[in-house]
Design a protein around this ligand. Structure first.
Ligand code: ADP
Ligand code: MG
Length: 483
């Protein structure tokens, strides 16, 4: 017997929605789950309708388990959830193309147009993306394109001041069907997220429209393909293939400079795509105007769309990235260790990530908790290469300036808190930032004993764990000393 959703079920549905909203966050909820409607309830089975086939596929791949799990908590009698495609409010969701499934119906056993989603005893639905496009139509492009790394999504990208503009531009080009600008030229130093953002654009574009033909490849691979095509006389095919693309992304174009025929081909492909209103995303480690070895007309053409640069990371962004990565690793890393890493590894995100991986890995191997000492030990080589030689005198000068005291206070025997605390801070920093021993440090502070230095270090360690202001002072001083 099929029932129209009764008050009870409807209430459960509202509860499930609220829980899903909390769990996956407002953005994803708004995009994917808000448009779902409760269609019917048949004993232990609930049917939910979705406005488009594309959305159905996405929801099945990504949220099915959670919907069933949550519903099962709310009402243990519900054992399976199914999704069907049903246009709502007189049509498909605006801005999204409806993609009909190709080939065989997904579940030939059923004739009611409803695809069973998850049954209790089903294996969990894979979270990989299912592409409803017929394989024959995508194969050649797939061969050309490097595959997209599933870790490189917008969701996994931490946004901060240094990259927010680039991210906004990237999201824009991934999501809009009309061209807001063309090309998007992303540039920035090594390891700051250019490749990650390009993959994210690819994923998002395919998510919104699985039939969009997306190619992502490195400039090197582009050249290789082209040279190979020349050899096998397949250049016409090569051209046609590239020119049938909806979104072309070429990574690290600084490598194209200098190779004349490839440049030429790249340029023609580029122009052909722009003329056809297709989107292009380019990345490089420098701005278009700094791309030496590239012909002037190509350079200026590349810079004609939107140029977005990714700036070096800030301390805050590094903290955010470390938090996110630690969570992904399922590791609990102490605050002071996170801050230590964010403070010391400033070069790029790749190194930062690598450092975190190393210490988390080490901690799990040795079943020891992650501490600053352990991080220092495990990352010795990396940290050394980052260290700028700082002298005790520099530290003293910086501390004196920071606390507005006198240089003589560093070596005096005055014990007033207003000078004693900064003196301890300076000793602590001397231990942290220089290779000097405790007696050597003591000598520079008016000939103090090494136990006094030891005490100062302990004191500052203890206090800074509780005192936010002191912790900030330390972080700031360190940063200034090391830059
Ligand atoms: P690039 O291509 O600019 O050299 P990548 O995109 O390869 O840099 O980034 C290097 C690593 O750092 C990747 O693992 C990437 O996921 C990570 N990464 C860079 N920026 C961020 C960010 N803002 N949030 C999360 N991860 C990031
Ligand atoms: Mg890269």
């Amino acid at each position: 017997m099929i029932l129209q959703p009764s008050g009870d079920i409807e209430q459960q549905w509202q509860r499930v929605r609220a829980l899903l909203h909390d769990e996956i966050g407002a953005t994803a909820y708004g995009t994917w789950l808000k448009p779902l409607r409760l269609a019917e309830c048949d004993g232990d089975r609930v049917v939910i309708s979705v406005p488009t086939q594309f959305m159905r596929d996405w929801v099945v791949s990504n949220y099915a388990d959670r919907i069933r799990g949550i519903w099962n908590q709310v009402n243990p009698a519900i054992r399976s959830i199914a999704l069907n495609v049903k246009a709502q409010d007189g049509g498909a969701a605006r801005g999204q193309r409806v993609v009909e499934p190709s080939g065989e119906p997904r579940d030939p056993a059923r004739s009611d147009g409803v695809t069973p989603l998850v049954r209790r005893d089903d294996p969990p639905v894979a979270t990989s993306r299912r592409d409803p496009v017929a394989p024959e139509t995508v194969r050649p492009l797939d061969e050309l394109s490097a595959s997209l790394d599933p870790r490189f999504t917008f969701e996994a990208f931490v946004v901060g001041k240094p990259n927010e503009f680039a991210v906004a531009a990237a999201e824009r080009i991934a999501e809009s069907t009309t061209l807001p600008f063309n090309p998007l030229f992303l540039y920035g130093g090594v390891g700051l997220g250019k490749t990650h953002l390009m993959h994210a654009i690819g994923w998002r574009a395919k998510q919104l429209d699985p039939q969009r033909r997306v190619i992502y490849l490195s400039a090197e691979k582009f050249m290789y393909q082209f040279v190979r095509a020349l050899r096998t006389k397949g250049t016409m095919e090569f051209k046609e293939l590239f020119r049938s693309v909806d979104l072309l992304m070429v990574d690290d174009v600084q490598f194209i400079s200098g190779k004349d025929s490839t440049q030429e081909e790249f340029f023609h492909t580029f122009n052909a795509l722009v003329d056809r209103g297709r989107s292009i995303v380019i990345s490089a480690d420098r701005s278009p105007s700094d791309l030496a070895g590239l012909e002037e007309r190509i350079r200026s053409r590349l810079g004609q769309g939107l140029v977005a640069d990714i700036h070096p990371t800030t301390f805050e962004l590094r903290l955010g990235i470390l938090d996110a990565k630690a969570e992904q690793l399922g590791a609990e890393v102490r605050r002071d260790v996170i801050e230590f890493l964010a403070d010391r590894i400033t070069s790029n995100v790749r190194e930062l990530e690598g450092a975190l991986n190393r210490i988390v890995h080490q901690a799990s191997l040795t079943s020891r908790p992650v501490t600053i000492e352990m991080a220092q030990e495990v990352l010795r080589d990396l940290l050394r290469s980052h260290e700028r030689r700082v002298t005790i005198e520099e530290i003293q000068r910086m501390v004196v300036e920071h606390y507005a005291i006198r240089m003589s206070d560093m070596s005096s025997s005055r014990r007033a808190r207003a000078v004693a605390r900064p003196r301890q801070v300076a000793m602590y920093l001397a231990k942290q930032l220089t290779p000097r021993s405790l007696p050597e440090i003591g000598k520079k502070f008016g000939g103090r004993d090494h136990t006094t230095v030891m005490h100062a270090i302990r004191q500052i360690e203890k206090l800074s764990a509780e005192d936010r202001v002191l912790a900030d002072d330390l972080a700031q001083l360190k940063r200034r000393l090391q830059n």
